[in-house]
Design a protein around this ligand. Structure first.
Ligand SMILES: O=c1ccn([C@@H]2O[C@H](COP(=O)(O)O)[C@@H](O)[C@H]2O)c(=O)[nH]1
Length: 291
């Protein structure tokens, strides 16, 4: 069985297999204009294709999870999505799990379309997992979560993001006030933060389909001991977090922690061997502190 093929153990099992074989790292493919320039590539679909080709060759056979930042492919329209489609197929072939950082979130009927686009066997952009935004309600993500569960894929839901601007909304406390009549819901749970309510809601999934996104950049104040699914932790490198921060920030977390770094790894390019070596150094630094 390759790491990227759906199996009976579900997404969590596939992720554990990939991590056992390749170590804990989610490496990003983030084709920033500044990186294209630094690599001597034009800011065009051709430049994007050349950049992505290096990333696939560097990361596909060595990193457990590769996370293309979808916005930076969408920037180039249909040509950019064609590059993404090709990259996802090649990464899968190379044995890496693919995580589309698409941050989708909508009403249920539209989430069903996102599920068809990203989480369905045979779809042009089918990946192993995607990121999702829960601010239309965790329950609104159900069509994507159900589709992911049925195909051993995953959905990583934003809980406490790595950027400072997320603080106000994510740490706001739920009051327990009733919503206006007609919302179909009861009282919100009292006192917990918005982010903690996402964690607690995701903890209800015991299949390992639902993952969380919790930034590694600062103390998050979350109780993560009741959550057993995977935790994607962006923020290493360019955003200032380092591997040595992880044990403290994620003390008590029981889910499988997958730290992410993108720009700090890609800065080693354009030589694919140097990008691979940079990713492997990052992974080794993580493994050294999380064992
Ligand atoms: O809370 C979040 C959620 C997602 N991201 C994404 O991860 C990468 C980080 O890139 P770096 O170059 O390592 O900073 C990027 O694609 C973000 O959109 C995040 O940073 N924080």
């Amino acid at each position: 069985m390759t790491a990227s093929r759906p199996d009976a153990a579900g997404f969590a099992g596939r992720l554990r297999t990939a991590v056992a074989e390749r170590g804990r790292l989610c490496a990003g493919i983030d084709p920033h204009p500044e990186l294209l320039e630094a690599w001597g590539l034009p800011r065009s679909a051709d430049g994007l294709a050349a950049f992505t080709d290096v990333c696939v060759r560097a990361l596909g056979r060595s990193v457990a999870v590769v996370k293309p930042q979808v916005a930076m492919f969408e920037e180039y329209g249909a040509a950019g999505l064609a590059v993404l489609e090709d990259a996802v197929a090649r990464l899968r072939e190379a044995g890496a799990l693919t995580l589309a950082d698409a941050k989708r979130g909508d009403i249920g009927s539209t989430m069903a379309a996102y599920a068809r686009a990203w989480l369905t066997d045979g779809a042009p952009l089918a990946v192993d997992a995607m990121t999702a935004v829960p601010y239309l309600g965790l329950g609104a993500l159900a069509p994507a979560v159900d589709q992911a569960r049925g195909t051993a894929r995953g959905v990583f839901v934003l809980a406490r993001t790595s950027n400072p601007e997320g603080r106000a909304v994510q740490t706001a406390r739920l009051t327990g006030d009733r919503e206006p009549a007609g919302d179909g819901g009861g009282p919100a749970p009292g006192g917990v933060s918005v982010a903690q309510s996402i964690v607690d809601g995701a903890a209800g999934d015991d299949t390992g389909t639902l993952g969380l996104v919790v930034g590694a950049t600062r103390a998050h104040g979350l109780r993560l001991d009741g959550f057993t699914g995977p935790i994607l932790a962006p923020g290493l490198g360019a955003q200032g977090a380092s591997a040595s921060d992880l044990p403290g920030i994620f003390a008590g977390a029981t889910g499988l922690l997958i730290p992410n770094s993108s720009r700090a790894i890609l800065q080693a390019g354009p030589d694919p061997d140097r990008v691979r070596a940079s990713a492997e150094r990052t992974r080794d630094g993580i493994e050294a502190v999380l064992r």
